[in-house]
Design a protein around this ligand. Sequence first.
Ligand SMILES: [Zn+2]
Length: 292
Amino acid sequence: MKSISHRTITITASLFVSLLAFNNTSHAETDFSYKKSEITDSITMLHGAGGNIAVLKGAEGLLVVDNGFDKNSDALTAALGELGEAPSFVLNTHWHGDHTGANESLGGSVIVAHQNVRERLAKGSAAPREIQPAASAALPDITYDSGTTIHFGDQTVTAVHYPKAHTDGDTVVFFEPAHVVHMGDMMFAGYFPYIDPSSGGSVYGYTKAVAAILERIDDTTIVMPGHGAIGNKADVQKFYDMIVATSATVKSMKDAGKTLEQAQAKGLSDKWQGWGDFFIDEARWISILWAG
Ligand SMILES: [Zn+2]
């Protein structure tokens, strides 16, 4: 086991979402282990905490998309050890700590990400929450602007950047011929998504990106969301329809002269009940759309 970093994070009181999404404390959780779901012969999903992790096994080793919280680095090493050697390639769908937390412990692998992921990890963040600059071992080794392709095992792994969406460094990863897509946080399955303007995200870009992804996949595509259960194109369509419908509702309340507080008090259609049960509740989702 390689070194565990001791980054500490100060969480500002108002950002309740960060408690779940970004709490990146340094102490290893000894009682946590990743659940494994076999997606295809060569692709496994690790899940149970943080963002979903895709593991592609090829003759040359493992390629991993996302890697969960720092505190679960040991659990990740254990889970990967059961699937093969340490990964050759580690892709980051974006810079958030629930997707890149084990970058440092996987620092011997080639880390690949959008250039803004490297920049944001290297800089850290002062506000809205303080995030220490990442150790150099945690920084991506290969960066790209619009995307890149890795030929690995029996798969062509295509990383496509969608600008100013969940953040300004989002990547969606397509595996062909497996016909699997890892959507990163461009998909919260059945839940209101977090959109992070402090990291360059926008509701407009997010909506546009999900529409573009829908164009690219078909009814037989296996969809791995950043958070939530494995699904298909119909689930992405439902997610997109929710964003469009709730955006329209919030816009009409704003146009009618309501305040944000009044809009939150009125709420959204009952149709979206349950969508607020993950870390973005209805009031928070309304405020994200309001600001967007
Ligand atoms: Zn995220």
